[in-house]
Write a protein that binds this ligand. Sequence first.
Ligand SMILES: Nc1nc2c(ncn2[C@@H]2O[C@H](COP(=O)(O)OP(=O)(O)O)[C@@H](O)[C@H]2O)c(=O)[nH]1
Ligand SMILES: [Mg+2]
Length: 316
Amino acid sequence: MFNFFKNKKEENTEKPQNIPNFGVLKNILKKSADSLVGNIVNLTTGDSLVDEFELEDIEALLIKADLGVDLSVELVNKIRNEKIKSSQLKDFLRAEFSNILNVQKDEKLKFDKDKLNIYFVVGVNGAGKTTLIGKLANKFKKEGNRVLMVAGDTFRAAAEEQLDIWAKRANVDILREDKADSASLAYRAIDLARKENYNVVIIDSAGRLQNKYNLVEELKKIKNVILKKLDDANLETILVLDGSQGQNGLNQALVFNDAVDITSIAITKLDGSSKGGIIFSIAKNLKIPTKLIGIGEGIDDISDFDKNNFIAALFD
Ligand SMILES: Nc1nc2c(ncn2[C@@H]2O[C@H](COP(=O)(O)OP(=O)(O)O)[C@@H](O)[C@H]2O)c(=O)[nH]1
Ligand SMILES: [Mg+2]
């Protein structure tokens, strides 16, 4: 038997702030701004061409900022070939970084108030899945939706407990079952959502990449169940990546995308030691849009990813 808990606290319909104002975001992204822009631009001044020694240093800094070797080399080659002067470097980088993010068309998470909206959240342990689900649930709830969380990380009892705490914080309902099969839990969750008129279902999942084969098979099974029962519901398969894990994120993205076709990426921990480069590396290499960013451990520390805002916070 599975457990279905309704949280019946008083409604709190205070409107959440989706995108932090520019000053707040700029402060949060300070570390990324230094790694991707400040340190590079400060390397060289004046009206002469960026020289070979400086180019070498720039390449090293870009790689250190988690941009990946290929993209870093490509940018440095461009600076050389296009004969960029030191004084033009910042504008050059701004244009290049903006272009990379321009692969992103639909930035917002798919959502229709009148439909069932299913969010299947995947990623390795520790990436920030459960936290992101708590934040997302809270945001949807405050916007007046009926939200059901699904404790799909059935492998560890502690994972369900943790999601349960977030369900209480966000004042949303949760479907959980110890040692359940996660695919059948997802199946029941979608049935329950239709029966009880939930319009948002957020499914947590396991992330033990040490056992990659089993994990991938389990995630595929869940995804297949969702697809079978999708009907006219919206589905977003969200990959959560720890922004401070650098290029590991790109490798993880490849594995998960292969398994379950990721439709959007959430980058967490951008408030911490993240150097931010992973966002560009993902956009360039995978063409999967980043739609959400996690900027702290609190329930409101989530933001839609707005590329213009992000670029401005890095450069202005
Ligand atoms: N600073 C910071 N910490 C975060 C953020 N998102 C998650 N965390 C922390 O990362 C750790 C792992 O998060 P969790 O949601 O349990 O990851 P999961 O294993 O993928 O479900 C927890 O200590 C979270 O508080 C974020 O945006 N910023
Ligand atoms: Mg978790």
